[in-house]
Design a protein around this ligand. Sequence first.
Ligand code: NCD
Ligand code: ZN
Length: 345
Amino acid sequence: MTDSLTIRRPDDWHLHLRDGAMLDAVLPETARHFARAIIMPNLVPPVVRGTDAAAYRDRILAALPEGMTFEPLMTLYLTEDTDPEDVAAAHASGLVKAVKLYPAGATTNSSSGVKDFDKVRPVLEKMAEIGLPLCCHGEVTDHDIDIFDREAVFIERVLDPVRKSTPGLRVVMEHITTANGVDYVKANEADLGATITTHHLIINRNHILVGGIKPHYYCLPVAKREEHRLALVDAATSGDARFFLGTDSAPHTDANKEMACGCAGCFTATNTMSLLAEVFEKANALDKLEAFTSRNGPGFYRLPVNEETITLTKGDVVTYPDKIESGDGPVTVFDPGFDVHWRVA
Ligand code: NCD
Ligand code: ZN
């Protein structure tokens, strides 16, 4: 039985670091294990222009504790007013690694997102030309579409038409939660990848709703049926280069999660690597963990794999803190609901 595993240092291809006191609290939780992360731009106000991204990167680097190394890979929040030339300049300078599409109103802080896709056509065409990936929050927001169907409908009504009308556009379907998402990626050879979160490999919708509502399992896209979770585990553990880790670790204070209208987001930065080792071991696929966390993402983003390594070891039950403290209040760490035996040495 394997009880030690050394892999290239992982990256997180979808991360919310927030700002201010929350940034100070959560950044070390990621930087402890991860070398780089794609940083989500859904601040209030959002990170829209290259200058916004440069200033946010500086705040992240200023918040990084002495002795830790971490490279934030910045993104821009696509709005109907985004200027293609500003995007191209931010990419050419090396600052920006992706542009993020939020359909307006789809999730936390997405009110500046896109309503009319024709308005962003010039930006998408510029991105296809320069090879800059579009990261998609893949859910429609139509009130008549059931929340559990919103990803499947997005693929059909938005993603596929956008990809067909913008040849060469490189797209990441983010935090896929359905077998439909997995199948769509597999059916399309070029220029399409997908991130999968830690929590969607572990919970299904019963975890949120059975035996009392569990606000700390509520995130967007919402977890689906067990058959979808199993399709995600198959994809993540397959070694297929088109699937890679994006934790979508999304901290909210307990006060903001445990209320009548609680925020969406699971905070998984602290224990993600231990949890993934458990998931991959259960799937008899520990040998595929490195592809998922450390190789496929750089492959898609055309960046080098990290030179450093981390070692995971298996032993007694590992305990993580239930919460981390932030200047804004406590943040609950994702509870997988099972014992964890893998630790990062
Ligand atoms: C994210 C957040 O809190 O910013 N929440 C979430 O449930 N994932 C937004 C997002 O990525 O949808
Ligand atoms: Zn997210």
